[in-house]
Design a protein around this ligand. Structure first.
Ligand SMILES: [Zn+2]
Length: 113
């Protein structure tokens, strides 16, 4: 949380560069976390039978963004019983781990309000 000066002088009015960077880093972390949640949820459903797959475990993914590093907790889903050879449980982890720095986490996903 930002500390705001309640009696600012003209030279301290508004955000400092350091406060601006900190605010952007916090906003980026929230946006990336929410986007990963939405992407993870969209990958839970089995593409073949439409049922939700069970949770396998979580992985911490260290994502380096333009506004600083973000660690996101990414769920991995079990293989669906209908298709034991169909394995996409770590697709999101792999896609995040291979994205270039600052590119983002894939296609833009609207952030729920
Ligand atoms: Zn299935």
């Amino acid at each position: 949380m930002l500390e705001l000066d309640s009696q600012p002088g003209i030279e301290t009015l508004g955000l400092s560069l350091a406060n601006g960077k900190a605010a952007l880093a916090q906003l980026q972390a929230r946006i990336v976390t929410r986007q990963v949640e939405l992407m993870s949820a969209s990958q839970r459903r089995c593409e073949l039978c439409g049922l939700n797959r069970d949770l396998k475990d979580y992985h911490d993914v260290h994502y380096r963004s333009l506004f600083g590093g973000v660690v996101v907790r990414v769920p991995r889903w079990q293989r669906c019983a209908c298709s034991p050879e169909f394995d996409t449980d770590s697709a999101l982890c792999l896609s995040l781990a291979t994205e270039p720095v600052g590119k983002g986490v894939g296609n833009p996903v609207p952030v729920a309000q």
